[in-house]
Design a protein around this ligand. Structure first.
Ligand code: NAP
Length: 224
């Protein structure tokens, strides 16, 4: 008997954590539907990888991506909202353009991408939001106002969604990937994208409990 593939949807696989997680999920036997803004990823090809276009801040692009996902799979087992931006991470004072761009990418985009995908989630599916420990109230340093607020907001959305989806046994997990060497994290970070992907995958396997915040660098769930 052949075991059917599990299907994962991962946003923002053009680089960094999203790309490393895609590679990890392919090794683990998933079919991966990955999104990039261009709809392509040069140099990344696999028989179980489908790359589709998604601009997270654009309503029409979200609708097209959701429709395309429905043509590629009968149901989604894992949704990873990874795409994100941090244009104000070194700023102290909120600046309107960077602030609104951050919230559009990191909170409005994931919420309005996740909502229409909910009917496509299989019973027992997992929904992950790549958040950050910068969004935890105990880490309220003054820099990165839009970024910290966006990650705090996604943590709350994840906790609310966990309650909403409990009857369908769908697990919702906000995750901190660690400080990671990516375009966003910079090259001083201690973790490689592959190490972060491994930590995120351990969170999926450990399944610590819906609504809990998984620290992939520590390998443990943490209080909000
Ligand atoms: N690196 C860290 O230390 C760290 C720590 C905590 C949390 N995180 C989180 O990890 C996630 C992944 O970031 P990363 O570190 O891997 O950085 P990255 O290499 O810059 O990757 C970010 C991804 O998001 C995509 N993206 C950005 N804006 C988008 C938009 N408007 N629409 C669609 N896609 C968009 C990027 O696409 P383009 O290539 O087209 O820009 C890219 O694929 C983010 O949510 C970030 O907040 C990272």
């Amino acid at each position: 008997m052949t075991v059917p593939f599990k299907t994962a949807v991962v946003t923002g696989i053009s680089s960094g954590i999203g790309q490393a997680l895609t590679q990890k999920l392919l090794v683990e036997g998933y079919q991966v539907i990955g999104t990039t803004r261009s709809g392509t990823v040069p140099g990344l090809a696999h028989p179980r990888l489908h790359v589709i276009a998604l601009e997270a801040t654009d309503e029409a692009s979200i609708a097209q991506a959701v429709a395309r996902i429905a043509t590629l799979t009968k149901g989604v087992d894992l949704l990873v909202n990874n795409a994100g931006a941090a244009p104000d991470v070194f700023a102290i004072t909120p600046e309107r353009t960077a602030f609104t761009q951050t919230l559009a990418t990191n909170i409005t985009g994931p919420v309005f991408f996740t909502e229409p995908l909910l009917p496509q989630l299989n019973e027992g599916a997992q929904v992950v939001f790549i958040s950050s420990n910068m969004g935890l109230p105990r880490n309220a340093a003054p820099n990165g106002p839009g970024y910290r607020l966006s990650k705090a907001a996604i943590n709350m959305y994840a906790a609310m969604l966990a309650t909403r989806l409990a009857e369908r046994r769908i697990q919702v997990m906000p995750m901190h990937p660690g400080w990671v060497q990516t375009k966003l994290g910079g090259d001083q970070a201690p973790l490689t994208p592959a190490q972060a992907a491994e930590g995120i995958y351990q969170g999926l396997v450990t399944n610590p409990g819906s609504g809990l915040f998984w620290n992939a660098a520590a390998g443990a769930a943490e209080a909000f």
